[in-house]
Design a protein around this ligand. Sequence first.
Ligand code: C5P
Length: 287
Amino acid sequence: MRLFSHAKVNLFLKITGRRPDGFHNLETLFASISVKESLELKEIPQGIEILCNDPSVPTDSRNLIWKAAEALADAAGIKKGIRIRLEKQVPPGSGLGAGSSNAAAALIGLNQLWDAGLSKEELRNIAAGIGSDVPFFLEGGLCVATGRGEILSPVSGVPDLWMVLVRPDVSVSTPWAYKTFDSLTSIPKKGSLSDLTNVLDQSPEIIAAHLVNDLEEAVLPAYAEIRQARDDLLQAGAFGALMSGSGSSVFGIVRDQAHAEQIAVSLKNRYPWVHTARISQGAVEIE
Ligand code: C5P
């Protein structure tokens, strides 16, 4: 069985409070994007084996695919094994949720391949136990998320929005980004989520004027490379640019595919990882 798992960006991310469990309550707008990775699943008699083309990705129990396979097998009382060949496109620590999306794809794929029979609700619960943004990848498209990021409400009418993604050669630790945010004494006032969701059917220029990510306040002062990437996207002609999640990737909203390709070409020799992308309808595809 072969699946594709799509990455995401956060078009909006506001931190609304700290929680007793150590996490933060969020108000975010997730969008799955066309950048995708491939997973090949093959049943084996027992155990979990992960093979990956990127040597910087752990292939043991630290990998979210491993956690997904283990949690699904436990929940459904499955005794079978699995070998997963993972073809990465997105470096770890990019803020594009690629590892979480791999986990969601593994849940959907293994539920079918192992004939585990878990309901969507059961898969959602397992997903939330693996990571805050894993439940989003079971849905994909455009979703408002609250709570830790696991309470989802899909937004209908996914716009055909193009972007350029740039990843400077740094990785940001997500726990560090949230901790640093907590130590800030003041956060500049920004627009609300409804300001953005109300204009999603309008032009890319208008959408781009309403992007928000509170975590930029914590991350950009410590990572000049990420601020520079945002400035470079704007300089190259993007209508608006924002760090995704806790970084280190930055996306710039552009007019259309041709505009995206033109900007990507102009940035390719300055950054190790530059991609064009559009919002995708779903996050997991079974081939
Ligand atoms: O859930 P996930 O494993 O993606 O979270 C990684 C880390 O990011 C958490 O350990 C926590 O420090 C931080 N986080 C948070 N609030 C969220 C999501 C993540 O504080 N809503």
